[in-house]
Ligand binder design. Structure first.
Ligand SMILES: Nc1ncnc2c1ncn2[C@@H]1O[C@H](COP(=O)(O)OP(=O)(O)OP(=O)(O)O)[C@@H](O)[C@H]1O
Ligand SMILES: [Mg+2]
Length: 257
């Protein structure tokens, strides 16, 4: 394969050297990759559309199916029914991951570990608009950060990323979007009660990760902190924390199954 056939893929931050080669994506192979591909196959077997993991190339990189479309991050804002659809996708991914353990012991590396270490579910960990391809198919990509988590911790991040990621947006509208997303997920009363505080905690944890990485020189997060992500997560974390009562009202004014 000549270098000319490789087309760099923009849009990510965490991995260097993500390229497209024909109908495939090549991405670095890391220690957790065998378990991640096993997880992706498990999720696919439950009927969820994920990029097919296609093994390893001659340079030792992951080969993944290229999914045509545009990232949700670069698409027009999702409508409430579309947000509900994404919420349903997150729910079906969580359900499909239930009971998954990799066949070989795996040293998972959660970027943001669950508070108090109460992880009980292997989760994607970054189910966000920058990892959702919208096209004929709607597909979450970038499974490499999968790690032990919980439904609450993973949903908190995902719901926030899809509905509360713009501190300048009218908060009543954002709250309605949050309600649609969580309705789509079909969250029970317990999850709804705990979600606002978990979203505040998780956004703050994200900010602290970036800030501490900046101080300790841990890349790529250290550079992301100064490159705008630090200021973004500071604003969003304050916004999510300040309006918890509004989020709670929105989550409880919708239909609880
Ligand atoms: N299977 C795929 N199908 C289509 N496009 C893809 C696929 N995998 C990656 N891409 C494109 O390449 C970009 C970078 O890939 P990816 O998100 O996997 O890398 P990353 O650097 O780990 O990202 P992040 O910063 O979100 O962790 C994506 O934003 C997307 O545009
Ligand atoms: Mg990505």
């Amino acid at each position: 394969m000549s270098i000319q056939d490789e087309q760099p893929l923009e849009g990510g931050n965490a991995s260097d050297g993500v390229v497209r080669v024909g109908d495939t994506v090549r991405k670095p192979w890391v220690r957790t990759t065998p378990a991640v591909h096993e997880l992706m196959r498990t999720v696919a077997a439950a009927g969820i559309d994920v990029p097919a993991p296609l093994g390893r190339d001659e340079q030792g990189r992951q080969i993944l199916e290229f999914v045509p479309g545009r990232l949700a991050m670069d698409s027009p804002a999702l409508t409430p029914p579309e947000l509900a659809r994404v919420g349903r996708m997150v729910r079906s991914i969580h359900d499909a991951c239930e009971g998954f353990t990799p066949s070989a012991p795996t040293a998972w590396e959660p970027l943001l570990p669950v508070p108090e270490g109460k992880a009980d579910l292997i989760c994607h960990g970054d189910l966000a608009p920058w990892n959702l391809v919208l096209g004929e198919r709607w597909v979450f990509i970038d499974w490499d950060g999968a790690a032990p988590s919980t439904r609450l911790w993973d949903l908190a991040y995902s719901a926030q990323a899809f509905t509360l990621n713009d501190a300048e947006a009218p908060s009543e509208l954002a709250a309605a979007h949050l309600g649609a997303f969580v309705d789509g997920y079909g969250a029970d009363a317990n999850l709804r009660d705990r979600l606002p505080a978990a979203m505040a905690e998780r956004t703050e944890a994200m900010y602290e990760l970036l800030q501490q990485s900046h101080e300790s020189g841990r890349e790529p997060w250290g550079s992301m902190f100064t490159g705008g992500h630090g200021a973004h997560w500071r604003r969003v974390s304050d916004h999510v924390a300040a309006h918890q009562a509004l989020w709670t009202r929105a989550l409880n004014s919708t239909v609880v199954p």
